[in-house]
Design a binder for this molecule. Structure first.
Ligand SMILES: Nc1nc2c(ncn2[C@@H]2O[C@H](COP(=O)(O)OP(=O)(O)OP(=O)(O)O)[C@@H](O)[C@H]2O)c(=O)[nH]1
Ligand SMILES: [Mg+2]
Length: 273
C-alpha cells in the first residue's frame, strides 16, 4: 500500500497546463494538496510498523468516506462511473478513445484522466469531442477520491451517462483506493505475461471486469490465454473476462454490451426510485 511505497501526501494538479494557465489568469486556485492527516510520505519513513498501519488505516478510512460522497453524487445524477486500472501502456486510453467514438451519440460522456505528468491522454480524449480533465499526480501513483471530487467540479457531469476515470498506470496502489466508482475495469495486455494476476492479486480481486487487451499480438507471443484466465479466477472466481484489441476493435462489441447493460441497470434503478 501507499504508505509503504511512500507515494502518498504529494501535491496533485488538476486541469492540465492550459486550464491551469487560464485559472491563474482569473486568480483561481487549482493545486490540490492532500489534507494534513494524509501525510503518507512521512509514515513511509517512520520505522515503527504500528504507526505505518495506523496511518494506512487513517488514509483509507478518509478516502472511503470521500468515495461514499462521490458514489452518492453519481447515484443522484444517474451516472455510471468506471475506474480503469492497469499497468502503464496496457491500452486504457486507446480503448477509451474507441469506446467514446462508439458511444458518444448514445449517452452523455466525460473522462477524468490520471497520470503523473503530461496532458497527453486528456488531449487524446478531447480529440474525440468528449470532455476530459487531466489530473497530474506528480510523484503519486494513484488517484484518490478527493482528487476525483475536485476534478468533477471542473467538468460538466454526464448526467444519465458514463464517467470514465482512467487511473495512473499501476497495478498496485489504485487497487486500494475507492473513487466512488460502480466498478473497477482492470486491463491486462497479453505482452505483460499471464502470471500477472498471481503477482498482483489485489487488483484482480478488486476488479468488476477484466479486459485482456492486445489480443491482435497473440500470434507473435508465447501467452497462454486459458491459463491467464484461470489465474484471474483463482483470485476472483467468476470474474468476467473480455478479450479485446483496442487497435483492431476485436472484442469491442462484447465490451460495449457490458457497458450498455450497466447503463440499463442504472436506468432500471432510476425508474424504481
Ligand atoms: N497491438 C496493440 N497495441 C495496442 C493496443 N492497445 C493499445 N496499444 C498500443 O499500446 C501503447 C499504449 O497504449 P495507451 O492506450 O497509451 O495505454 P495506456 O494504458 O493508456 O497507457 P498509460 O496511460 O501510460 O498507462 C500505444 O502504442 C497503443 O497504440 C492493442 O489492442 N493492440
Ligand atoms: Mg493512458
Amino acid at each position: 500500500m501507499c504508505t509503504t511505497c511512500g507515494c502518498g501526501g504529494h501535491a496533485a494538479l488538476i486541469g492540465g497546463k492550459a486550464m491551469r494557465r487560464e485559472a491563474r489568469k482569473h486568480g483561481g486556485a487549482v493545486a490540490y494538496r492532500a489534507p494534513a492527516g494524509q501525510a503518507a510520505g512521512e509514515a513511509a519513513h517512520d520505522t515503527a510498523q504500528a504507526r505505518i498501519i495506523r496511518v494506512e488505516r487513517d488514509i483509507l478510512a478518509k478516502n472511503d468516506a470521500l468515495a461514499a460522497v462521490n458514489r452518492a453524487l453519481f447515484a443522484s445524477r444517474n451516472i455510471l462511473a468506471l475506474n480503469l486500472v492497469s499497468s502503464p501502456g496496457s491500452g486504457k486510453t486507446t480503448l477509451l478513445v474507441r469506446t467514446l467514438r462508439a458511444l458518444k451519440e448514445k449517452f452523455p460522456l466525460a473522462v477524468i484522466e490520471g497520470d503523473q505528468q503530461t496532458d497527453n491522454d486528456a488531449e487524446r480524449i478531447r480529440a474525440t469531442g468528449v470532455e476530459a480533465i487531466q489530473i497530474n499526480t506528480g510523484k503519486g501513483c494513484h488517484l484518490d477520491a478527493l482528487m476525483v471530487e475536485q476534478a468533477m467540479q471542473q467538468i460538466a457531469l454526464p448526467q444519465g451517462g458514463v464517467l470514465f476515470i482512467e487511473n495512473v498506470g499501476n497495478l498496485v496502489c489504485p487497487a486500494a483506493f475507492d473513487l466512488g466508482e460502480a466498478a473497477k475495469v482492470a486491463m491486462l495486455s497479453v505482452t505483460e505475461g499471464e502470471d500477472k494476476p498471481l503477482k498482483y492479486p489485489d487488483m484482480f480481486a478488486a476488479a468488476g471486469v477484466v479486459l485482456l487487451n492486445k489480443v491482435d499480438l497473440l500470434p507473435y507471443l508465447d501467452f497462454d490465454v486459458p491459463l491467464c484466465i484461470e489465474y484471474m479466477r483463482r483470485i476472483n472466481p467468476g470474474i468476467r473476462v473480455i478479450l479485446t484489441s483496442a487497435t483492431s476493435g476485436a472484442g469491442m462489441d462484447e465490451w460495449l454490451e457490458w457497458l450498455e447493460s450497466g447503463m440499463k441497470q442504472l436506468a432500471a434503478r432510476e425508474e424504481a426510485k
